[in-house]
Design a protein around this ligand. Structure first.
Ligand code: HEM
Ligand code: HEM
Length: 169
């Protein structure tokens, strides 16, 4: 398996687990929630950089005359929707921050809908992520098998014939 695929899979798994932890902010405390999700944004940036070739290729195809997206349309639209939603999550999170922003001396006033927007955009992201994972399920399964399931070395079986005519008794 290529080194890039191995890195991609481990990063995707880590990001997925971190996302699930982030969805329950009260269990580890708000401070952990905030620092963890900022790190999570970093892993998403790496995720996008590792898939940069795909992003450039599909965007070029979108603007090239006569060329279609060849089945990548759903992925492309969904990826953009997740990107925009991800920005909303981070922005609303920063606006209601109780740890990261105060630690930098910035205290933002409590205002109307940021909390609601934070909650709504994270729920929407869950939905998008479910689809994103489903669309890449074949890749996840085949790459995991190659990474985690060890190949059983087969010992060659030597079959000896007992009634060979060239062997003198
Ligand atoms: C918890 C977060 C995420 C997980 C677990 C995840 C998982 C995956 C997996 C398994 C793949 C296929 C293998 C690979 O290239 O790594 C993939 C591809 C991709 N993901 Fe994600 N992803 C996540 C978040 C995102 C977000 C937020 C975006 C967009 C902003 C995104 C954009 C892409 C792109 C552009 C590709 C390659 C093109 C494609 O086939 O769709 N991913 N992702
Ligand atoms: C991937 C990114 C994030 C996810 C998935 C996420 C998820 C969540 C969820 C599910 C809640 C509970 C909402 C509710 O009770 O209705 C929450 C609350 C909260 N989040 Fe995030 N969040 C993220 C990023 C951030 C960031 C970057 C910050 C700030 C820097 C932040 C600050 C907060 C705060 C302060 C609360 C508590 C609000 C309250 O007191 O009820 N979050 N987050």
């Amino acid at each position: 398996m290529s080194k890039t695929n191995r890195i991609k899979l481990l990063l995707d798994l880590t990001t997925f687990v971190a996302f699930l932890i982030a969805m329950d902010p009260r269990s580890l405390g708000i401070a952990v929630h905030e620092w963890l999700t900022i790190a999570l944004a970093g892993t998403i940036v790496v995720h996008l950089l590792l898939n940069w070739g795909w992003i450039v290729e599909v965007t070029k195809r979108l603007f090239a005359k006569g060329k279609g997206l060849n089945g990548s349309r759903v992925n492309y639209i969904l990826n953009w929707a997740m990107f925009i939603d991800g920005v909303l999550i981070m922005l609303s999170g920063i606006m209601i921050s109780q740890a990261v922003m105060p630690s930098m001396g910035i205290v933002l006033p409590e205002s109307f809908g940021w909390r609601g927007l934070h909650s709504f955009s994270t729920n929407l992201f869950m939905l998008g992520l479910g689809l994103h994972v489903a669309l890449h399920w074949n890749w996840i399964v085949s790459t995991s098998k190659r990474l985690f399931v060890r190949k059983v070395k087969q010992t060659p079986v030597v079959v000896m014939s007992l009634d060979r005519k060239d062997v003198q008794a």
